[in-house]
Design a protein around this ligand. Sequence first.
Ligand code: SF4
Length: 458
Amino acid sequence: MTGSRKLYVKSFGCQMNVYDSQRMADTLAPEGYVESAAPDDADLIILNTCHIREKAAEKVYSEIGRMRRLKEAAAAEGRDVLIAVAGCVAQAEGAEIVRRAPAVDLVVGSQNYHRLPDLLARAERAGAVVDTEFPVDDKFEHLAPPSAAATRARGVSAFVTVQEGCDKFCTFCVVPYTRGAEVSRPVEKVLAEVERLAAAGVREVTLIGQNVNAYHGRGPDGRLWSLARLLERVAQVRGIERLRYTTSHPLDMADDLIAAHRDLRALMPQLHLPIQSGSDRILAAMNRRHTRAEYVAIVERLLRARPDLALTSDFIVGFPGETERDFAETLSLVDAIGFSGAFSFKYSPRPGTPGADMAEQIDEAVKADRLRRLQAAIDRNQAHFNRRCLGRTVSVLFERRGRHSGQIVGRSPYLQPVQIEAPASLIGEIAPVTITEIASNSLFGALARQPALAGAEA
Ligand code: SF4
């Protein structure tokens, strides 16, 4: 253990990266690193990168440029700053990062975070280190758990990674290359982590994985457990009131998981189920391995199991070969399902993926126009879903203070942010709130009665 040093971690992209950033901070805490909210006086800066968005690598290089200036300013004052690049861009670019940006001391792939203390010591001793191998040992075995104080500081809702990697190989996606094949954590490891979180005051757990519903972790009985079985067991952990899981693939929406939406009270009525396109031709080109009709049939079964289920999705517009007719099918699907929200992006080729080499790449102006029209349809459906909550009483888990004094913010069962005027002592509690006003991205309401105790779910 050395003296106290400041660590700044900047997380890009998905919840998997937010979770990994927290685990990196936990792993470095015994080395004397204390998390800092800003990079200015940090001794170690970690950029935990994402490869999903357009020009991801270029954005990382410009961020490194900003951090390099801080490093130079610190050096002028006689202070050493280390810069590390982690995450999917680190995995994809590897040594190229150090070649293009010599200010970087360490490039660490997403499977190697448990080696951070050792890698940093090597970088301090001997200069830049690159470690993007897929190791045979399991990083989860070695990553340090957070302290109770760190968990409390992160709030009452927590992510737990249960699965990593993907075997699906959608033709637009780098994840199978940057995160590797599907791996599931054993049930007992997941339970131990959830129990630690619950003991520190966490009330809501979201089980996460690139392909979370493909979960097949080894159970204490020696068998492979499904995600539904894992959820059922996690729901029994004392103190955990709410469960969610993300991100799912339609192909892995198994019968027992659909039934869990009916039977498991702690499982919130909200599901993120990406489809990407409403056109069968484009779904086939994307190698999604399901049709629009199959997706709609899954949604119908889910809604029979849980009629108030809020569904969100992901869409890509302008995939190679997408015609106006294909796009019209995406628009019609959005209205047919009535999503409560969705993420939508213009297709951008990722080097090394089959989509990047496809003929018929779509003009940027066409993509931009389709994205605008799609987002208008998504917003319309989201507003419609939110309006249905007006006048209803929903249970809200309060997570933090609002921007205005006297205001606190929580989440409805449908994952909508809900703001009310109430004492901060309610943070961490679940209470019924009557929705009185709808804004574009959040709901406003008032406490329906005295704070309910655990289990007052919609
Ligand atoms: S299912 Fe497709 S989009 Fe999702 S991580 Fe796997 S390859 Fe990427």
